[in-house]
Design a protein around this ligand. Structure first.
Ligand SMILES: Nc1ncnc2c1ncn2[C@@H]1O[C@H](COP(=O)(O)OP(=O)(O)OP(=O)(O)O)[C@@H](O)[C@H]1O
Length: 254
C-alpha cells in the first residue's frame, strides 16, 4: 500500500533560529512531491523531522494516521519511510550485496536468541533474504557487481545503489535528498526515468528535494516551495514556475 504523510503547522527552532515555521502540507498516496527552496530554506530539516532525527518544537506529523514524532529513526523506517542523503552514505568496503542485505535485515523477524533456538527458521530466512537482495540488484542492473566493494562503483551507480538500499527496507514513502547532485545531463535523464519507474513498480509515494529544476519540473506532480523555513507556494510545476513569489525568492536567485 502507498503512503499518506501529513505535516500540520510544524515548527522547529534551533536556539534563536526558526529553521521551519508553521509548515503544513501532505504527500498523497502514490504521489511524487517536490520540495524546493534556496540554500538553507529548511528542506533537509523537513526530511530530518519526518525521519525522527529532529523533533518538532510545535505541530504534528502523521504517517498513514500514525503520529511520527516520539519514534526513533529505525522505528520510522519500519513504519515505511526510507530516505537517501545529500552525501552518499554507503559502507565503502562492504560488497554491493552486503550493503543492500544490511538494509533489508530491518525486516528479519528472528533475533539472535530465536535463531539459536530455531536454526532452521534462521537458515530459511537467510536464504529468502539473499534471494530478495539478488532480485532487487537484478531489477536495478547491479547484479553483476554484487560482490564488488561498493567504493569501486561509478558515482552514478553508487547513487543508484543508495536508492536500492532505501528500497530494501520496503518503504511506502521514499525521501530523496538531492539525488541529482553531481550528475551529468545523461545521468540526470536516467535518474528521472529511474524515479518514475520506482514509483510505479513498488507503488510508493516519493518526496524529492532537488536543486536541479529540469529534474524537479520534469517529474514532480506537485511542488512545495520553502523560503527561510516558511511555505511560500504549493502547486503544479506550471503554477510554481509562474508564481511571482517563487520567481522572486528562488528562481530569481538562480
Ligand atoms: N541541527 C541544527 N542546529 C542548528 N541549525 C540547524 C541545524 N540543522 C539545520 N540548521 C539550520 O537550519 C537552516 C535550514 O537548513 P537545511 O539544511 O534544512 O536547509 P536546506 O534547504 O536543506 O539547504 P541546502 O539546499 O543548502 O541543502 C539553516 O540555516 C541551517 O543552518
Amino acid at each position: 500500500m502507498s503512503a499518506n504523510l501529513e505535516l500540520e503547522n510544524v515548527t522547529v527552532q534551533f536556539g534563536g533560529l526558526r529553521a521551519v515555521g508553521d509548515l503544513t502540507f501532505a504527500v498523497k498516496p502514490g504521489e511524487l512531491l517536490g520540495l524546493i527552496g534556496p540554500n538553507g530554506a529548511g528542506k533537509t530539516t523537513v526530511f530530518n523531522l519526518i525521519t525522527g532525527v529532529y523533533q518538532p518544537t510545535a505541530g504534528g506529523i502523521r504517517f498513514n494516521g500514525v503520529r511520527v514524532p516520539g519514534h526513533k529513526p529505525h522505528q520510522i523506517t519500519r513504519m515505511g519511510i526510507a530516505r537517501t542523503f545529500q552525501n552518499i552514505r554507503l559502507f565503502g568496503s562492504m560488497s554491493v550485496f552486503d550493503n543492500v542485505r544490511s538494509a533489508m535485515l530491518m525486516h528479519i523477524k528472528h533475533g539472535i536468541t530465536h535463531s539459536l533456538l530455531r536454526a532452521r527458521a534462521f537458515r530459511d530466512e537467510e536464504k529468502l533474504l539473499a534471494a530478495e537482495v539478488h532480485d532487487l540488484l537484478g531489477i536495478f542492473n547491479l547484479e553483476s557487481m554484487a560482490e564488488e566493494p561498493c567504493k569501486c562503483l561509478s558515482y552514478g551507480d553508487q547513487r543508484r545503489l543508495e536508492i536500492v538500499r532505501a528500497l530494501a527496507t520496503k518503504p511506502k514513502l521514499l525521501l530523496l535528498d538531492e539525488p541529482a547532485a553531481g550528475m551529468n545531463p545523461t545521468e540526470k535523464e536516467e535518474l528521472m526515468n529511474l524515479i518514475q519507474f520506482i514509483k510505479e513498480k513498488f507503488n510508493i509515494s516519493v518526496m524529492l528535494v532537488e536543486h536541479d529544476m529540469t529534474v524537479v519540473m520534469g517529474i514532480c506532480q506537485r511542488i512545495v516551495v520553502l523560503e527561510y523555513g516558511i511555505k511560500i507556494a504549493e502547486g503544479t510545476p506550471d503554477e510554481i514556475q509562474k508564481d511571482p513569489k517563487v520567481i522572486a525568492a528562488y528562481l530569481g536567485t538562480e
